[in-house]
Every structure is written in structure tokens, then in C-alpha cells.
Design a protein around this ligand. Structure first.
Ligand code: ATP
Length: 354
């Protein structure tokens, strides 16, 4: 069993720093998703864990074992890539069995038992004899996962494995990944730029930006309690609303507040911004306690069937997600309220607790 320890790892390509002094531990048996926008360094980090890149400085350990200088084949890890590497002339079962052939500690019976177990986990018993070329991209990727997990290595790395799978098959594939990872208890590092995938699969998400991990937390925590404005913006579809606030003494004033918000006296200077998720803003047709007036500028129906409205309040435009359309009054206005316990405060981009 193995924690993955990233000990002050930096990776430079020429003068460009792709991974910047990362210091983090991915726990044994956890599924960790490396999530972040394109170019944030997630693939580079995963490639260093795999041994496909060497850190410019720092160490990588699997448990007690320092693997920093070890080539990939000596690290005893499984890997699943965007483009699965397989034998097209062999069947599904034969492809899964292939990596086990090199393991001399396994008897033939044990190998067969492992293949059966993996076929069950992937729910692919019926396709055991099918050839790889006859499978769709999603099923091929399932076989790739089967090949990687069959060896029962302590660590399996996934590099954006659903990129080339069409949308409908993708959900099914993620469900299979989830079932397999929950069952096998291997330590998984999974690179993705797809937040839904990360939210579904991960025990913990490492949210990355500019070569650093900005937050490492359980998905729900990351969503509800982002430690940075970036986290609030990146997660969510659409992301969090941000509204400029002005500090006067121990109070914050903003267009979305009908009365000021009390804050601690040691909040410090800098730019203060209030954040609230679109689904936490409430809409009413009549003014009520705490409500402020707005005007709908746009309404659309979102992917999950929820309506998304953009509502101008003073100089701010607020995104609101709700089950129905905005209840616009006869004079064209709508009333919004912002529950205080749903408002987060950020100072210079970082979350502050009140
Ligand atoms: P994506 O989702 O687009 O793959 P990523 O978060 O995985 O992005 P990386 O592939 O890790 O990002 O790349 C991080 C940065 O390092 C990028 O700006 C990339 O151009 C740069 N980079 C990666 N590999 C190399 C390389 N071999 N030589 C030079 N620059 C590189």
C-alpha cells in the first residue's frame, strides 16, 4: 500500500515553470483527481509520478520508497492514457490477461481468476471474446482500465481517459471507473479538466492553477467552501457570482445587500469581493425582507433543465439558477435575495471567514 508523496517538486521546461514547488501527499486508497484549466501543470505532475518526466528539483515517494530517479517500469504502477494501447488482434479477455503474463508469481489459475474478476468489474463478460477493433471507444477504454488494474499495482494513473469518448458513453464509463476504483482500493491519480468527472469520481480533488495546487479537498467541500475566487469561478456551471464590496469600518457594503454585512476589525486592506453561487440566489416577484431589485437581461434553459437568468442589479450582473423562469413583475423588475449564510467573502482573491 502506498501514499504518493510529492516533496517540494518543481518542473521547469527551459525558463518556464510548469510545476512550482508542490508539496502534497495523496493518501493510500484514495482517488485523487488533478483538476484545472489547460496548461496548469496537471499532466506534467502525473507524468512525474509515472516516471515519464524527472523533476527539476524535489522528490517523489511511494510510501517509504523514493522513486524520483526510477524509470516507469520499475515503479510498479498501472496507467490508462487518452489513447489506449492494446492488441487489436487479441480478444478483450486476452488483452486483460496480457500484462499478467510477465508476472511469474502468478499461477495460470490465478491469472484466469484475475481476468474473470476484472471482466465482472467492467461488466464485460459478454464481450470477453470480442476483438478490440470491434469495440466502440468507450468499451476500448474500459478494457484499457481492465489491463491496468488487473496487475493489482498499488497505484494506477489515469490521463484524461474519457477525452476521446462520446458524451453519452462517457457517463457510463465514469460509472465503471467509480465501481472499479471503489472495489480495488488502489491509490488512483486521475487527470481531468472536466469538473463533472472529478466531482463524480474523486475522494479528493487537487485543484491546480499555474503549476500550484490551490486547494486539495473533498469535492463537496471544494464546491461549497472554495478557498480562492479562482476555485469558486472554476467549479460550477456557471461558476460563482462575484460582487465588489466596499469596506467602511467594520461593515461591508455592496449592491446586493440591502443592509451592511458585519466583519471583523482585523479583515485587513485590499480588494474585497462577495461570492455567491447562482443556485443560492433567491428570486421573488414582490419585494420582501432583504430583497434588492433587478432587471432580467437574459434567460436560458440549462443542461440539467434548470433555468439560468442573468439579472442586472446596479452595475452588477447576477447569474441565478432556478427550477423555473424568473418571476418578473408587471413593471419588468424581479426581486432577489442573497441568504447571508451563502455569501462568501474574498480578500485579494483568497477566502476570509467572518
Ligand atoms: P492540458 O489539459 O492542456 O493537458 P495540463 O494542465 O495538463 O494542460 P501540462 O501539460 O502539464 O498542462 O503543461 C503545463 C505547461 O507546461 C504548459 O504551458 C505546457 O505548454 C508546458 N509544457 C509541458 N510539457 C512541456 C515540454 N515537454 N516542453 C516545454 N513545455 C512543456
Amino acid at each position: 500500500m502506498a501514499d504518493i508523496i510529492i516533496d517540494h517538486v518543481t518542473k521547469r521546461f527551459g525558463t518556464f515553470t510548469a510545476v512550482d514547488d508542490l508539496d502534497i501527499r495523496f493518501s493510500d486508497g484514495d482517488v485523487t483527481c488533478l483538476l484545472g484549466p489547460s496548461g496548469c501543470g496537471k499532466t506534467t505532475l502525473m507524468r512525474m509520478i509515472a516516471g515519464l518526466e524527472t523533476p527539476s528539483s524535489g522528490r517523489i515517494l511511494f510510501g517509504e520508497r523514493d522513486v524520483t530517479q526510477l524509470p516507469p517500469r520499475k515503479r510498479n504502477i498501472g496507467m490508462v492514457f487518452q489513447y489506449p494501447v492494446m492488441y487489436p488482434t487479441l480478444s478483450v479477455a486476452e488483452n486483460i490477461a496480457q500484462p499478467l503474463k510477465h508476472d511469474r508469481s502468478l499461477s495460470r489459475g490465478e491469472r484466469e481468476r484475475r481476468v474473470e474478476e476484472v471482466l465482472d468489474l467492467l461488466d464485460m463478460r459478454k464481450q470477453a471474446r470480442a476483438f478490440i477493433d470491434d469495440l466502440d471507444a468507450g468499451s476500448r477504454q474500459k478494457v484499457a482500465v481492465g489491463r491496468s488494474v488487473a496487475r493489482q499495482t498499488d497505484i494506477v494513473l489515469f490521463d484524461e481517459p474519457t477525452t476521446n469518448v462520446e458524451v453519452n458513453a462517457k457517463l457510463q464509463l465514469i460509472r465503471t471507473f467509480k465501481a472499479v476504483t471503489q472495489r480495488l482500493k488502489q491509490t488512483i491519480v486521475y487527470v481531468t479538466h472536466d469538473q463533472t468527472e472529478a466531482m463524480t469520481l474523486a475522494d479528493r480533488i487537487a485543484l491546480m492553477k499555474d503549476g500550484s495546487i490551490v486547494q486539495y479537498d473533498a469535492p463537496r467541500r471544494l464546491y461549497n467552501d472554495p478557498s480562492t475566487e479562482f476555485g469558486g469561478w472554476f467549479l460550477g456551471n456557471p461558476g460563482m457570482n462575484f460582487i465588489a464590496a466596499e469596506r467602511r469600518g467594520n461593515q461591508l457594503h455592496a449592491t446586493i445587500l440591502d443592509s451592511p454585512l458585519d466583519v471583523a476589525s482585523d479583515l485587513g486592506g485590499g480588494e474585497i469581493v462577495l461570492g455567491i453561487r447562482p443556485e443560492n440566489v433567491l428570486m421573488h416577484s414582490e419585494p420582501g425582507p432583504g430583497s434588492v431589485e433587478g432587471r432580467v437581461t437574459e434567460q436560458t434553459i440549462g443542461i440539467a433543465g434548470r433555468n439560468l437568468a442573468r439579472i442586472a442589479v446596479g452595475s452588477a450582473v447576477i447569474k441565478v439558477k432556478a427550477d423555473g423562469p424568473a418571476p418578473v413583475a408587471a413593471d419588468g423588475t424581479v426581486q432577489l435575495s442573497f441568504p447571508r449564510d451563502r455569501i462568501l467573502v474574498f480578500r485579494n482573491g483568497a477566502r476570509v471567514t467572518l
